[in-house]
Each structure stands twice: as structure tokens, then as C-alpha cells.
Design a protein around this ligand. Structure first.
Ligand code: ZN
Length: 289
């Protein structure tokens, strides 16, 4: 991935230069060609672990904030043996490092605004470099690309095999975001929202139970500063404005897999694996027993 992080940095620098000229970022097309043809991991089976050309999956997870893409991306990355790279985590790590940069970042995040392409690209390239030194292969990106410009930069430097677009009904999404709680002592994440919505157009009823904290955390729950209804709605609006074109970008390339979450994790996880043509390790275990 040396090529990726180098080229992403080069793109960031190039786009800084070309911004004044109002022309697009210069993309190193030759690197895109050198990366070779992508193979859709979903079609290879074998749990998607190794593709026909021997390299690991290079997937992207799209989805509204709060849809749970972090959870599914993290589970899949463990199953497939590739790193789960969440730009949200990169931003949170940067926020936790005291200094003027984290102060500026906190101001952006707490107002539900998106962090700029430039900041995200720099954080991501730093992360890829660290992984490269450890010999990582493949990746599942979560929260990137978020804009058309980021998608173009990524396309210029590496092949994305598959883009999984997770969808959840808006009313469930809002309730879920507002129900998020964190334990101020142990840092555990919980959700107090109990979602039970009638099916739409004869569809199945949607039920998502709360994820309640253990008794010792109950009195220590806090709500993240950016989980107010106003900020959540602003985040969804910004997401739709910027990211729907990214969905379209991958749709026209035949790489977008739309997945409507039918409910909580126990319902959704096996169906997601099925959609990805990945063997469910839990089913395998119970079949073997
Ligand atoms: Zn706790």
C-alpha cells in the first residue's frame, strides 16, 4: 500500500495547488492502470478471504452516520483478516491528541460539519503508512470516500472491489442516533433506543432492541456532544448532499451493493454475509456440531 499513501498524499498536495485554479485534482492515472483489474471478492466465495489474484479484499462501507456500518465493517474485517480503517476512529484519535489541531477539529465535529477532504486524506495516508510497515494486506474502509473528490482520488490510486451501501429506514436511524450512550467510566458504547416500527408497504415489522449497559455503568452514561437531534439531522442532511453522488459514482461502475438492514445485528448479520457470498462461521459451527 506504499503506492496508495504516497499517491493520496501527492493528490492532496496537487489538489491544494489546483484549488486556486478551480480545476479538479490531478489524478495519477498511470498508478490506477498499474494496480490491475479488480476482482469482485463477492463472486469468489471461499469466505472472500483471498481473491483469484491472491490479494485480500479492498472494500468500502457507505451508509448514513448511525446506520451501524462500523459494527458490520469491523465484524467483516475480523472474518476476512483485513484491517478495518474507520475515518471516524482516525478523527477521534486525532481529537484525543491535545494541541491546536484537535481544538480546531473539535469545533468542526461538534457542529455536525464534515471534516475537510484534506484533513481526512492526511489522516488516512498516515494510517495506511503505519499498516504498510506492519505488512497489512487489503482493507475495509469505513467513512471514506465521503465526497466525489475523495472517490476520484481513491480510484486514481487503487482498485476498490466492492462498495457496500448500508441502508436503514430514516425513523429508525434517527431513533438509534439519539439513543446512543457512552459510559463515562469504562468507555463502553450502549443504545437505550427500543425500536419497533410497523412494516412499510406490507414489509416486515422492524424491531431493534436496546443495547442496555450493565448495572455498574447505568449511572455513568453520557450522551456524545454531537448526538443532539439538531446535530444528528444536520449530519444526515450533509451526508445526503455529499455522499449520494458517491453512491452514484460507484453505481455507474457496477460496484455498488445496496443492502437494506432488516433490523438489528442478529437479523442483519447473516443476511449481509449471504448477500456477500461469505460463509457464515456460526452456521458452519452449528452444522458441524
Ligand atoms: Zn462502564
Amino acid at each position: 500500500m506504499a503506492g496508495i499513501s504516497r499517491a493520496i498524499r501527492a493528490c492532496a498536495a496537487a489538489s491544494r495547488r489546483t484549488l486556486a485554479a478551480a480545476s479538479g485534482a490531478a489524478l495519477p492515472k498511470e498508478e490506477a492502470a498499474a494496480a490491475g483489474a479488480g476482482v469482485r471478492a463477492a463472486a469468489t466465495g471461499r469466505r472472500g478471504r483471498d481473491q483469484e489474484d491472491g490479494r485480500r479484499v479492498q472494500w468500502v462501507f457507505l451508509g448514513c452516520p448511525g446506520v451501524g456500518k462500523g459494527t458490520y465493517a469491523s465484524r467483516l474485517s475480523q472474518l476476512l483478516g483485513v484491517p478495518h480503517i474507520a475515518t471516524g476512529d482516525l478523527v477521534r484519535d486525532a481529537l484525543a491528541t491535545p494541541g491546536p489541531f484537535s481544538k480546531k477539529l473539535a469545533e468542526i465535529v461538534n457542529h455536525g460539519k464534515l471534516v475537510s477532504d484534506e484533513i481526512i486524506i492526511n489522516l488516512l495516508s498516515r494510517r495506511l503508512e503505519e499498516g504498510e510497515e506492519k505488512g497489512e494486506l487489503g482493507f475495509i474502509l469505513d467513512g471514506f470516500p465521503r465526497t466525489i473528490r475523495q472517490a476520484e482520488i481513491l480510484e486514481g490510486v487503487t482498485d476498490i472491489d466492492l462498495v457496500i451501501n448500508l441502508k436503514l429506514r430514516e425513523e429508525a436511524l434517527l431513533a438509534k442516533c439519539l439513543g446512543r450512550r457512552m459510559c463515562s467510566q469504562c468507555g463502553g458504547n450502549f443504545n437505550v433506543a427500543s425500536i419497533d416500527i410497523e412494516g412499510e408497504n406490507g414489509g416486515a415489522r422492524m424491531y431493534m432492541p436496546p443495547l442496555l449497559p450493565p448495572p455498574q455503568c447505568e449511572s455513568k452514561l453520557i450522551t456524545r456532544a454531537d448526538d443532539t437531534e439538531e446535530v444528528v439531522k444536520e449530519r444526515l442532511r450533509v451526508y445526503h448532499d455529499l455522499t449520494e453522488p458517491v453512491e452514484e459514482f460507484y453505481r455507474t461502475r457496477g460496484k455498488l451493493l445496496e443492502f437494506n438492514l432488516p433490523g438489528g445485528i442478529p437479523e442483519s448479520w447473516p443476511k449481509l454475509l449471504q448477500a456477500l457470498n461469505i460463509e457464515d462461521p456460526d452456521n458452519k459451527r452449528s452444522a458441524a456440531a
